[in-house]
Design a protein around this ligand. Structure first.
Ligand SMILES: [Zn+2]
Length: 209
Protein backbone atom coordinates (compact mmCIF):
# COMPACT_ATOMS: atom_id res chain seq x y z
CA UNK A 1 0.00 0.00 0.00
CA UNK A 2 2.81 2.40 0.86
CA UNK A 3 6.22 2.64 2.32
CA UNK A 4 9.31 0.59 2.19
CA UNK A 5 9.81 -3.10 2.90
CA UNK A 6 11.86 -4.19 5.90
CA UNK A 7 14.27 -5.96 3.53
CA UNK A 8 14.85 -2.75 1.54
CA UNK A 9 15.40 -0.75 4.71
CA UNK A 10 17.91 -3.23 6.13
CA UNK A 11 19.87 -3.50 2.87
CA UNK A 12 19.89 0.27 2.25
CA UNK A 13 21.60 1.09 5.56
CA UNK A 14 25.35 1.52 5.28
CA UNK A 15 25.82 1.72 9.06
CA UNK A 16 25.83 -1.91 10.29
CA UNK A 17 24.48 -0.97 13.75
CA UNK A 18 21.39 0.66 12.19
CA UNK A 19 20.93 -2.28 9.80
CA UNK A 20 21.23 -4.77 12.68
CA UNK A 21 18.70 -2.89 14.78
CA UNK A 22 16.19 -2.85 11.89
CA UNK A 23 16.85 -6.53 11.28
CA UNK A 24 16.26 -7.43 14.95
CA UNK A 25 12.96 -5.50 15.03
CA UNK A 26 11.90 -7.17 11.81
CA UNK A 27 12.79 -10.67 13.04
CA UNK A 28 10.89 -10.01 16.28
CA UNK A 29 7.91 -8.73 14.33
CA UNK A 30 7.97 -11.84 12.15
CA UNK A 31 7.90 -14.01 15.31
CA UNK A 32 4.91 -11.99 16.57
CA UNK A 33 3.09 -12.42 13.25
CA UNK A 34 3.91 -16.12 13.07
CA UNK A 35 2.50 -16.57 16.61
CA UNK A 36 5.90 -17.78 17.75
CA UNK A 37 7.08 -15.20 20.28
CA UNK A 38 10.12 -16.00 22.40
CA UNK A 39 9.23 -17.06 25.93
CA UNK A 40 9.91 -14.08 28.17
CA UNK A 41 10.71 -15.11 31.70
CA UNK A 42 13.60 -13.92 33.80
CA UNK A 43 15.74 -15.69 36.37
CA UNK A 44 17.12 -13.77 39.33
CA UNK A 45 20.55 -13.61 37.70
CA UNK A 46 19.08 -12.38 34.42
CA UNK A 47 17.19 -9.65 36.28
CA UNK A 48 20.39 -8.73 38.07
CA UNK A 49 22.20 -8.50 34.73
CA UNK A 50 19.43 -6.40 33.19
CA UNK A 51 19.41 -4.12 36.25
CA UNK A 52 23.08 -3.35 35.69
CA UNK A 53 23.12 -3.15 31.89
CA UNK A 54 20.90 -1.96 29.14
CA UNK A 55 21.64 -1.79 25.46
CA UNK A 56 18.25 -1.25 23.85
CA UNK A 57 18.26 -1.90 20.13
CA UNK A 58 15.84 0.90 19.34
CA UNK A 59 13.97 3.89 20.74
CA UNK A 60 10.30 3.89 19.80
CA UNK A 61 7.77 6.72 19.96
CA UNK A 62 4.41 4.99 19.94
CA UNK A 63 0.80 5.75 20.82
CA UNK A 64 -0.53 5.07 24.32
CA UNK A 65 -3.19 2.84 22.78
CA UNK A 66 -3.50 -0.48 24.62
CA UNK A 67 -3.16 -2.38 21.34
CA UNK A 68 0.18 -1.08 20.13
CA UNK A 69 2.69 -2.12 22.81
CA UNK A 70 6.03 -2.10 20.94
CA UNK A 71 7.67 -4.80 23.08
CA UNK A 72 4.91 -7.20 22.05
CA UNK A 73 4.70 -6.17 18.37
CA UNK A 74 8.48 -6.58 17.99
CA UNK A 75 8.79 -9.48 20.45
CA UNK A 76 11.48 -7.85 22.56
CA UNK A 77 12.43 -8.62 26.17
CA UNK A 78 13.09 -6.25 29.06
CA UNK A 79 16.02 -4.07 28.07
CA UNK A 80 15.22 -4.29 24.34
CA UNK A 81 13.28 -1.11 23.64
CA UNK A 82 13.48 2.42 25.03
CA UNK A 83 9.99 3.81 24.61
CA UNK A 84 7.82 6.86 24.88
CA UNK A 85 4.10 6.38 24.57
CA UNK A 86 1.76 9.32 24.23
CA UNK A 87 -1.64 9.66 22.53
CA UNK A 88 -1.15 10.13 18.79
CA UNK A 89 2.60 9.28 19.00
CA UNK A 90 3.39 12.99 18.91
CA UNK A 91 6.75 14.66 19.51
CA UNK A 92 5.99 15.48 23.14
CA UNK A 93 8.53 16.93 25.56
CA UNK A 94 8.73 13.51 27.20
CA UNK A 95 9.41 11.84 23.82
CA UNK A 96 12.20 14.35 23.15
CA UNK A 97 13.67 13.77 26.62
CA UNK A 98 13.46 10.01 26.12
CA UNK A 99 15.32 10.32 22.80
CA UNK A 100 17.96 12.55 24.30
CA UNK A 101 18.74 9.88 26.90
CA UNK A 102 18.49 7.00 24.40
CA UNK A 103 20.73 8.64 21.81
CA UNK A 104 23.22 10.45 24.03
CA UNK A 105 23.62 8.02 26.93
CA UNK A 106 22.76 4.66 25.40
CA UNK A 107 23.89 5.29 21.79
CA UNK A 108 20.73 3.72 20.41
CA UNK A 109 21.17 3.39 16.62
CA UNK A 110 17.51 3.51 15.60
CA UNK A 111 14.44 5.64 16.33
CA UNK A 112 11.06 4.42 15.12
CA UNK A 113 7.94 6.60 15.22
CA UNK A 114 5.02 4.18 15.15
CA UNK A 115 1.52 5.23 14.11
CA UNK A 116 -1.44 2.89 13.87
CA UNK A 117 -4.81 2.40 12.20
CA UNK A 118 -7.83 3.46 14.24
CA UNK A 119 -5.86 5.92 16.37
CA UNK A 120 -8.32 7.61 18.72
CA UNK A 121 -6.31 10.84 18.93
CA UNK A 122 -6.54 11.25 15.17
CA UNK A 123 -10.17 10.11 15.11
CA UNK A 124 -11.14 12.85 17.57
CA UNK A 125 -9.68 15.55 15.34
CA UNK A 126 -11.10 14.09 12.14
CA UNK A 127 -14.50 14.15 13.84
CA UNK A 128 -13.99 17.82 14.79
CA UNK A 129 -14.13 17.11 18.52
CA UNK A 130 -13.07 20.16 20.52
CA UNK A 131 -11.13 19.76 23.74
CA UNK A 132 -8.30 21.44 25.58
CA UNK A 133 -6.77 18.06 26.45
CA UNK A 134 -3.33 17.60 24.97
CA UNK A 135 -2.62 21.33 24.83
CA UNK A 136 -0.35 22.29 21.96
CA UNK A 137 0.34 18.64 21.09
CA UNK A 138 -3.23 18.52 19.86
CA UNK A 139 -2.32 21.13 17.25
CA UNK A 140 0.35 18.84 15.89
CA UNK A 141 -2.23 16.13 15.25
CA UNK A 142 -4.53 18.80 13.79
CA UNK A 143 -1.78 19.85 11.41
CA UNK A 144 -1.29 16.24 10.25
CA UNK A 145 -5.05 15.88 9.72
CA UNK A 146 -5.04 19.10 7.70
CA UNK A 147 -2.21 17.83 5.49
CA UNK A 148 -4.14 14.60 4.90
CA UNK A 149 -7.32 16.52 4.00
CA UNK A 150 -5.41 18.30 1.23
CA UNK A 151 -5.19 14.90 -0.48
CA UNK A 152 -8.98 14.48 -0.62
CA UNK A 153 -11.47 12.29 1.20
CA UNK A 154 -10.43 8.85 0.01
CA UNK A 155 -8.53 6.90 2.64
CA UNK A 156 -8.45 10.04 4.78
CA UNK A 157 -8.06 8.34 8.16
CA UNK A 158 -5.14 6.17 7.10
CA UNK A 159 -3.43 9.04 5.31
CA UNK A 160 -3.83 11.16 8.45
CA UNK A 161 -2.07 8.41 10.43
CA UNK A 162 0.81 8.47 7.93
CA UNK A 163 1.02 12.28 7.91
CA UNK A 164 1.03 12.27 11.69
CA UNK A 165 4.02 9.89 11.78
CA UNK A 166 5.86 12.06 9.25
CA UNK A 167 5.12 15.22 11.22
CA UNK A 168 6.42 13.65 14.43
CA UNK A 169 9.61 12.64 12.60
CA UNK A 170 10.03 16.22 11.32
CA UNK A 171 9.42 17.69 14.77
CA UNK A 172 11.80 15.33 16.54
CA UNK A 173 14.53 16.03 14.07
CA UNK A 174 13.95 19.78 14.28
CA UNK A 175 13.71 20.00 18.07
CA UNK A 176 16.12 17.36 19.30
CA UNK A 177 19.73 18.40 18.97
CA UNK A 178 20.85 14.90 19.97
CA UNK A 179 18.78 13.30 17.19
CA UNK A 180 19.90 15.88 14.62
CA UNK A 181 23.61 15.45 15.37
CA UNK A 182 23.46 11.65 15.49
CA UNK A 183 21.72 11.55 12.08
CA UNK A 184 24.28 13.94 10.61
CA UNK A 185 27.11 11.75 11.90
CA UNK A 186 25.44 8.68 10.35
CA UNK A 187 25.04 7.07 13.77
CA UNK A 188 21.25 7.09 13.88
CA UNK A 189 18.40 6.02 11.62
CA UNK A 190 15.04 7.78 12.06
CA UNK A 191 12.21 5.69 10.62
CA UNK A 192 8.45 5.88 10.49
CA UNK A 193 6.21 2.85 10.89
CA UNK A 194 2.53 2.13 10.33
CA UNK A 195 0.81 -0.60 12.31
CA UNK A 196 -2.26 -2.07 10.70
CA UNK A 197 -4.03 -3.53 13.70
CA UNK A 198 -6.42 -5.93 12.00
CA UNK A 199 -3.56 -7.60 10.12
CA UNK A 200 -1.11 -7.32 13.01
CA UNK A 201 1.42 -5.88 10.54
CA UNK A 202 3.93 -3.05 10.88
CA UNK A 203 5.13 -1.51 7.61
CA UNK A 204 7.90 1.03 7.35
CA UNK A 205 7.33 4.52 5.99
CA UNK A 206 10.94 5.22 5.12
CA UNK A 207 13.49 7.22 7.00
CA UNK A 208 13.77 10.87 7.76
CA UNK A 209 17.52 10.86 7.56
ZN1 LIG B 1 -3.35 5.97 18.81
Amino acid sequence: MFGQSWEEAVSSESNPRIAKSLQELWLGHKRFRAQRPQAQSYSESELQHIAENQQPLAAIVACSDSRVAPEILFDQPLGGIFASRVPGNVASDSAKWMLDIAVTELKVPLVLVLGHTGCLAIGQLLAGRVSSAGGTLRFDVQKAVHRARLGGAEGLFDRAVVENVRLTMENLRRDSFAVQRAIERGDLGLYGGYYQMDLGEVRLLGNGG
